[in-house]
Design a binder for this molecule. Structure first.
Ligand code: V47
Length: 394
């Protein structure tokens, strides 16, 4: 793989050539139709801005349809960010603070339980818990968050702690990653979110999140989680200083781990939001990625990640309109109602704070797809107001 320009230069190309008669496109189409795996070179080729985006989207839609039929998923969830104080202070992040900063906060136990109970009372099936790595907080503090919520909000699926947090808990406690995960499972942890992956290239990590765990550790945490029966998601943060090769390398490394464990449920491409980040301050050329780039990233991900069941178009990151369009470019999931999201909003996301169930269903129906509420494990959910139950199939 070589010879492709960095992302910010690629975006200038605008004349799209019809892909139909291009021999490379034809070869890729034949592979997709036959269910054969695409190579990294295929992925890079599909990323070329002069290759017709709509043709790439149509191919991705074949794979999506094969895996998920006419269904498009959403869930009813809420986020909980117990603290924004973080030892990492990654350049990519506008959310984190130093202790004593004017916006710094640490939620009290009562606030944590109140937020969890409110989410449960309102009918959420999932709480997505991630936050800063506070310099003074012990592993026991993070454990207590899971223990309290598990006890007070029975039935709420706790999708908590990125691989970066799990690795930090291992350092703090002196326990192995496996032992940390086993402890948290005993406390009530149900799955891992996909955050912290960013871009695996060490060169890029050095620029955007130098103190965060390296790719190998991120992958090892997920490998270990899968071996313990925990399901997880995977993300990729794109649209900053990475090259297209970096994106494809990231996707291929996830595909390799999924071949090994089959424990990932969904891949979530996250578009970088530059506002108020140190990274953007040091790289003034970085602009928010365009809708076209976002759709292409969804489509290429769907085509390359042949062993992932789900591609999520996270509306908070992509914007509601592009997330809806992404359902025709390979995505089969819009994530959830969300509420309480802070990480992307502090970095300039102009998406709403929350979407109602009715709005999510309407967005899906407008694309001609069947909205299916799911729980975190992609089991269909039936609901009567705030009451819900999982539909047992078969
Ligand atoms: O790890 C941080 C990203 C992630 C910025 O697993 C930013 O279901 C854009 O992982 N601009 C957290 N992105 C969010 C996340 C996630 C979201 C939705 C669903 C799931 C899931 C996981 O947000 C971080 C980082 O990659 N992020 N700052 C920013 N300025």
């Amino acid at each position: 793989m070589k010879g492709y320009a960095p992302r910010h230069r690629n975006r200038q190309t605008s004349i799209m050539k019809p892909a139909d008669h291009d021999p490379t496109f034809e070869q890729i189409r034949q592979k997709v139709e036959a269910g054969r795996r695409l190579s990294p070179e295929d992925g890079l080729w599909l990323y070329r801005p002069e290759v017709d985006l709509h043709a790439v989207g149509e191919l991705a839609d074949i794979v999506r349809q094969r895996k998920n039929g006419n269904r498009a998923y959403y869930n009813v969830n809420s986020h909980l960010n117990p603290t924004n104080v973080c030892i990492y202070r990654c350049g990519l992040c506008a959310f984190s603070c130093d202790p004593g900063d004017s916006g710094a906060y640490v939620m009290t136990d009562d606030e944590i339980v109140a937020l969890g109970c409110k989410a449960a009372d309102e009918g959420c099936t999932e709480l997505h818990i991630v936050g800063g790595l506070h310099p003074d907080k012990t592993f026991d503090w993070y454990r207590s968050i899971i223990q309290m919520l598990h006890k007070s909000c029975a039935g709420l699926h706790l999708k908590a702690f990125t691989a970066a947090e799990i690795a930090r808990f291992s350092e703090l406690s002196g326990l192995s990653i496996r032992a940390v995960l086993e402890t948290l499972i005993d406390d009530g942890l149900n799955s891992l979110p996909g955050g912290g992956a960013e871009i695996f290239s060490p060169n890029v990590r050095e620029q955007i999140c130098p103190l965060k765990v390296d790719a190998e550790t991120w992958l090892e945490v997920h490998r270990t989680a899968h071996s313990l029966g925990l399901r997880s998601n995977a993300t990729m943060l794109y649209g900053h200083v990475e090259t297209l090769e970096d994106r494809i390398d990231h996707i291929v490394r996830l595909r390799e781990l999924q071949d090994e464990t089959a424990g990932f449920q969904a891949f979530i491409p996250l578009a970088f939001h530059p506002r108020d980040t140190a990274l953007a301050a040091g790289h003034p050329h970085i602009e928010k990625s365009t809708g076209i780039e976002n759709l292409r990233t969804v489509a290429v991900s769907r085509l390359m990640l042949d062993n992932f069941d789900h591609i999520k178009a996270y509306w908070i990151s992509l914007g509601v309109g592009i997330a809806q369009a992404a359902l025709a470019y390979g995505a089969d999931d819009l994530d959830g109602t969300v509420g309480q999201e802070e990480i992307h909003h502090t970095a300039g996301s102009t998406s709403p704070e929350i979407l109602t169930i009715e709005t999510l269903r309407h967005l899906i129906e407008e694309t001609g797809r069947e909205p299916v509420e799911r729980d975190t494990l992609y089991r269909p959910v039936k609901r009567d107001g705030a009451d819900w139950w999982v539909v047992v199939e078969g």
